[in-house]
Design a binder for this molecule. Structure first.
Ligand code: CP
Ligand code: NVA
Length: 308
């Protein structure tokens, strides 16, 4: 039976907290959980969830993953706990790590997540920040692996905002050696530090392309991926972003330019008629919901490897 090997880093704050070998191991464990070839009971462990932003998939997949491991969760609502009243992160982290065995945090600033990790004696997982969504990227690459088996000849094109999801796809893609192309409107490119770090990791620098032209970026691509134009916390920029992202809808015209075997991914929630057309979404919904299901399996794998 496949033996889980603990991750070297205590925390999972960024895709860069794992090595390429560790990502392959997480995906392997996740696949075995999905196929019901692996049964692990961690017993009595408690995951604390602190979500400063809304969530359906991440929150529920963490809760169900813990339950499948024979463990439990505590869901802290910032508005009804002292977090919303401004109790310092360093105090919250020191208290919660005496009650919980691991924390999953969804918040705005990456630096706040890092502050939790600094003061917590227990592992901290990034459940999405403005900068990264590394758990999502694990499920995405699991879904890609299910389709293409290995990553060698895969071209992943992300069309849209150079946001948290794009940043984690870049970093995880760099570690896995996947060709990643990002097509964003001018001014909405991914984080420059993320791009710099990714180029340091890629052995072949040609494998990462950042462009403002979605039409050339999709040529021959095997995976087309998009995400909302206005992320959580950007609600007041919606009108401007809707205008700026004109021409970046993942529709059948773009899809026709991709490789014949191209698959479509979306982290969800999706806004049909904005970042993706209704037709493209509905004709690729099976894999998009498989991708959502994979959130559960990678979460279960990640928790196992951080807690064992
Ligand atoms: N994809 C994703 O993270 O979904 P939620 O916001 O519902 O957790
Ligand atoms: N970029 C989106 C992802 C949602 C899962 C956001 O941050 O709102």
């Amino acid at each position: 039976m496949l033996q889980p090997i603990k991750l070297a880093n205590k925390n999972f704050l960024s895709s860069l907290d794992t090595t390429s070998e560790e990502i392959f191991h997480i995906l392997d464990i996740a696949k075995n959980f999905k196929n019901k070839n692996l049964n692990i009971e961690l017993k009595d462990k408690v995951l604390g969830l602190i979500f400063d932003k809304a969530s359906t998939r991440t929150r529920v997949s963490f809760q169900v993953a813990m339950s499948k491991l024979g463990c439990t969760t505590v869901d802290l609502n910032p508005t009804t706990s002292q977090i919303g009243r401004g109790e310092p992160i360093r105090d919250t982290a020191r208290v919660l790590s005496r009650y919980c065995d691991i924390l999953a945090i969804r918040t705005f600033k990456q630096s706040d997540l890092e502050e939790y990790a600094r003061w917590s004696s227990k592992p901290v997982i990034n459940a999405l920040t403005d900068l990264e969504h590394p758990c999502q990227a694990l499920a995405d690459y699991m879904t890609i692996q299910e389709e293409f088996v290995d990553f060698k000849n895969v071209v992943l094109t992300f069309i849209g905002d150079g946001n948290n999801v794009a940043n984690s796809l870049i970093l995880c893609g760099a570690l896995l050696g996947v060709e990643v192309r990002i097509a964003s409107p001018k001014g909405y490119e991914p984080n420059s530090l993320v791009i710099k770090k990714a180029y340091e990791i890629y052995k072949n620098k040609d494998l990462l392309k950042i462009t403002n032209d979605p039409n050339s970026a999709v040529l021959g691509a095997n995976v087309l991926y998009t995400d909302v134009w206005s992320s959580m916390g950007e609600e007041n920029q919606k009108e401007r972003k809707d205008r700026d992202f004109d021409g970046f809808t993942l529709d059948s015209d773009l899809l026709d330019k991709a490789a014949g075997n191209a698959i479509v991914l979306h982290c969800l929630p999706a806004y049909r008629g904005k970042e993706i057309s209704k037709e493209v979404f509905e004709s690729h919904r099976n894999r998009i919901f498989e991708q959502a299901e994979n959130r559960l399996h990678v979460q279960q794998a990640l928790l196992t490897l951080l807690l064992s």
